[in-house]
Design a binder for this molecule. Structure first.
Ligand code: NCD
Length: 306
C-alpha cells in the first residue's frame, strides 16, 4: 500500500486498510525511534503553525530528526510574513521550495485542504480549526491497538467538547470503519457536530449521553477532551459549560479494571491529577506513540516506507 506523495488532510479520505497499514508501520518504527535511523537523511520537513502547539509541532520535528531528516518552520504566525498580509496560498507556494513535506496548523477550517491544492509536496494537516486533526487520531488509534490489541469489539466513549474538538472529529470518522460501540458524552451545548454524526451513524452504533455516570461501568476506552475555550464565540457561553465534567477517582471506582483513559492533551481540569497514578491513565504514553506514528507517516508520504 502506497501513501507516497499523499496529502493527509482528513481521515474521511482513508480506508480501514490504509489506517491499519499506518498503525502497523508505526509499530515497526518503535525500535528505530529508540536507536535512530538515516531513512530520511537529506529530507526537509517544514512546520507552519499559525496556532499555538506544543506536542504536534515538537512531535513531528522529533520524528523527522529520529529518521535522520531536518526541520524548519515557524511556531507563531506573528513572526512570519503572514503578519505582513501574505495569504496562505502564497506562503505555501514559497515554502514548498524549501521543504519536501509540510505540516500546517491553521485556525480556519479548510485551510489544510486549501494548502494541499496549491502545494506540489505532501501537506499534512496538523489541525484545521475545529474541523480535524488526523495525525492525532492516528496516534490515538495506535495507542488503543498497542494497549488493547484490537479496536474491534470495544466500547469507546468520546467525552467533552465534541463540537469544537477537532481530534474527536477525526477519531469518529476513523472509528466508524471498525466494529465498535461509540458513546458520545458531552454537555448538550457541546454535542457532536451534525455533519460528523451524519457520516458515522449509518456505519456504527452511536449513543449520545449527557453524563459519565451513566456509562462508566461499560467503557473500554475513555477518550477525554478539554473544552476548547478559544473557539467559543462568546466568553459567556464558555462560562456555562466550564467545569461541567471531570474524571476523578470516585468515578473510576465503577470502571472496568481494563479500562484505559486517553486524552490528546493539554489537560485543564477534566481529568483530576489524582487519576495520573492509576493503571487506567495512558495519556502520557500517547505522547511517545505520537512520535512513532508520525515517523511512520513521514516515511510513508516521502516514499521511503510501506
Ligand atoms: C489538541 C488540538 O490541538 O486540537 N492538541 C493536540 O494536538 N494534542 C487538543 C486540544 O488542544 O485540546
Amino acid at each position: 500500500m502506497k501513501l507516497k506523495g499523499r496529502d493527509i488532510i482528513s481521515l474521511k479520505d482513508f480506508s480501514r486498510e490504509e489506517i491499519d497499514h499506518v498503525l502497523k508501520m508505526a509499530q515497526a518504527m518503535e525500535p528505530l525511534a529508540e536507536s535512530r535511523s538515516n531513512m530520511l537523511h537529506g529530507r526537509i520537513l517544514a512546520t507552519l503553525f499559525f496556532e499555538p502547539s506544543t506536542r504536534t509541532r515538537l512531535s513531528f520535528e522529533s520524528a523527522m530528526h529520529r529518521l535522520g531528516g531536518t526541520s524548519i518552520g515557524f511556531a507563531e504566525a506573528g513572526i512570519a510574513s503572514v503578519k505582513k498580509g501574505e495569504n496562505l496560498a502564497d506562503t505555501i507556494r514559497v515554502v514548498e521550495n524549501y521543504a519536501d513535506v509540510i505540516v500546517v496548523r491553521h485556525p480556519l477550517e479548510g485551510a489544510a485542504r486549501l494548502a494541499a491544492e496549491f502545494a506540489n509536496v505532501p501537506i499534512i494537516n496538523g489541525g484545521s480549526g475545529a474541523e480535524e486533526h488526523p495525525t492525532q487520531a492516528l496516534l490515538d488509534l495506535y495507542t488503543v491497538v498497542k494497549e488493547r490489541g484490537t479496536i474491534d469489539g470495544l466500547n469507546i466513549a468520546l467525552v467533552g467538547d465534541l463540537r469544537y474538538g477537532r481530534t474527536v472529529h477525526s477519531l469518529a470518522y476513523a472509528l466508524s470503519l471498525y466494529d465498535v460501540n461509540l458513546i458520545l458524552v458531552s454537555p448538550s451545548m457541546l454535542r457532536m457536530r451534525r455533519e460528523v454524526l451524519d457520516a458515522i451513524e449509518e456505519k456504527i452504533r452511536v449513543a449520545e449521553k449527557a453524563t459519565l455516570d451513566e456509562i462508566i461501568d461499560d467503557v473500554d476506552v475513555l477518550y477525554v477532551t478539554r473544552i476548547q475555550k478559544e473557539r467559543f464565540p462568546e466568553p459567556a457561553e464558555y462560562a456555562k459549560v466550564r467545569g461541567s465534567y471531570q474524571v476523578d477517582l470516585k468515578l473510576l471506582e465503577r470502571a472496568k479494571q481494563s479500562m484505559i483513559i486517553l486524552h490528546p492533551l493539554p489537560r485543564v481540569d477534566e481529568i483530576a491529577v489524582e487519576v495520573d497514578d492509576t493503571h487506567h491513565a495512558r495519556y502520557f504514553q500517547q505522547v511517545w506513540n505520537g512520535i512513532v506514528t508520525r515517523m511512520a507517516i513521514l516515511s510513508m508520504v516521502l516514499g521511503k516506507n510501506g
